[in-house]
Design a binder for this molecule. Structure first.
Ligand SMILES: Cc1ncc(COP(=O)(O)O)c(C=O)c1O
Length: 457
């Protein structure tokens, strides 16, 4: 018999190889690359065999094919979408979570892990100004966090199935509404890109079918915070459930300078923050908090003769009662450990770096060339900018060029329909010289860019 487990597991030097890989990765991640499906299918064909290739060959496939053809979202040069840049302490703690598979769905099975996760939820609730009774769970990401929260909202508002969302709401909110059989009532953001209480109040006037309001604390595209406090007023006036999607910008709760700006989040019925975004946890983590967790457990608690044992004394905190997930990775443990190791001050400093880099980039772009301008001053760590004369083909060519040259991974976007450039800063070690390199590529004329691309292929 081949040993898959235990001291005789047939894995050769794998443990040393993997720990070496993790150490090198945490010293600095390469930008990586993408590949075609045909190339990867060919490289991975016959990798799964009846007898197995053995650990050495399998590890070579992992590094040379899988890792090599994957973009380093954890690289300090990854400035697209929403980067993920785990701290070293968080990544090592997550390796422990992976190895032990703590069964963090229930207190009975994983009291230690759940209690540690709850410390982080409490910290976030306190920063937000939520009451002592607030609570929730960690989930695998913002999409499932939004889905879980809005499932609870739907239960509270069975006869009012319209959900007011800004035109800037994340795609997952729309998918959630579709899955839950709810309907989006889209409210236009103001000229500054934020949902205002005035616009929401005007839009809801005379309507009785809207039972939930969703606001963003950090819209994904532009990193803007809606008027949370004013929107909380409107939600209260209309008796609506108030959910805040703070998946990205919720990290700013750590910063005293943003608490006022985020104040209304403490009045929400539910909100989410993704530690895998700007709180430096590895991918797969969302903190979901409810003002009144009992409402959530009515919706999410799963029953069955094999799991009712989770609830014997009645005061156990079972994370699976608060979101749509039973078997659950302890996805808040890495952030807890990182906070225990480094403390809140270090976390504030690391988050603040993203703000500094965004401001540096906005200034560098504005001052570099009269053809360059920012769409708006960055509020968080996203910078949107224009380049006179460039259309979407130019922006795409520019992004491909930056990746091919190993300068950065960037992804253009649109603002109010106009193709624009977009940079997102999260990794605290991104040097300003990367921004300077990027800005230099923006002053090349499109024909030069095209000839660069031709010479590249
Ligand atoms: C504001 C916002 N909400 C929700 C999500 C979805 O989160 P996840 O990708 O973790 O499912 C994102 C992802 O970028 C986001 O930026």
């Amino acid at each position: 018999m081949a040993y898959l487990h235990g001291p005789h597991a047939e894995i050769g030097d794998l443990a040393d190889e993997v720990s070496g890989f993790i150490r090198r990765r945490l010293h600095g991640a390469p930008l990586g690359r993408t590949a075609t499906a045909a190339d990867l299918d060919a490289a991975l064909a016959n990798s799964i065999t009846s007898g197995g290739l053995g650990a050495a060959k399998a590890w070579r496939l992992m590094t040379d094919v899988v890792v090599a053809n994957t973009v380093g979202i954890d690289s300090e040069r990854f400035l697209a979408f929403i980067p993920v840049s785990p701290s070293a302490a968080a990544a090592w703690a997550d390796a422990v979570v992976g190895a032990a598979s703590f069964p963090a769905e229930s207190w009975l099975e994983a009291a230690g892990a759940v209690a540690a996760e709850n410390q982080v939820l409490r910290l976030l609730a306190d920063f937000a100004g939520m009451p002592a009774a607030a609570g929730g769970c960690f989930m695998s990401g913002g999409s499932i966090g939004n889905l879980s929260a809005l499932a609870v909202a739907r239960d509270q508002q069975p006869d009012r199935r319209m959900v007011a969302v800004a035109d800037s709401a994340h795609a997952s909110v729309h998918n959630t509404l579709h899955l839950l059989g709810l309907t989006a009532f889209v409210v236009a953001t103001d000229d500054d890109g934020r949902l205002s209480a005035r616009a929401l109040r005007d839009a809801l006037r005379g309507r009785s079918d809207v039972g939930t309001v969703v606001a963003s604390a950090g819209s994904t595209n532009a990193g803007l915070i809606d008027d949370l406090d004013g929107i909380a007023d409107v939600a209260a006036e209309t008796g609506s459930w108030f959910h805040v999607d703070a998946a990205y910008g919720g990290a700013a709760l750590f910063l005293a300078e943003f608490r006022d700006r985020l104040r209304g989040i403490g009045r929400a019925d539910s909100f989410i923050v993704d530690p895998h975004k700007w709180l430096f946890a590895p991918a797969g983590s969302c903190a979901l908090l409810y003002r009144n967790p009992a409402l959530a457990s009515k919706v999410h608690t799963q029953h069955g003769p094999y799991i009712d044992v989770f609830r014997k004394s009645g005061d156990e905190w079972n994370p699976s009662d608060f979101g749509y997930q039973l078997t659950r990775r302890a996805s808040g443990l890495a952030l807890w450990f990182s906070l225990v190791v480094h403390g809140i001050d270090a976390m504030q400093e690391a988050i603040g770096k993203g703000l500094e880099l965004a401001r540096y980039a906005a200034a560098a772009i504005s001052n570099a060339d009269p053809r360059l301008s920012v769409v708006m001053a960055p509020e968080l760590s996203v910078v949107l900018f224009r380049r006179e004369g460039w259309g979407s083909a130019d922006w795409s060519a520019w992004a491909r060029r930056l990746l091919a040259d190993g300068i950065a991974f960037v992804a253009p976007t649109t603002w109010r329909g106009e193709p624009v450039g977009r940079l997102v800063f999260m990794h605290p070690l991104t040097p300003t010289s990367v921004i300077d390199e990027i800005v230099a590529t923006l002053v090349i004329e499109p024909p030069d860019l095209a000839s660069h691309l031709e010479s590249d292929t």
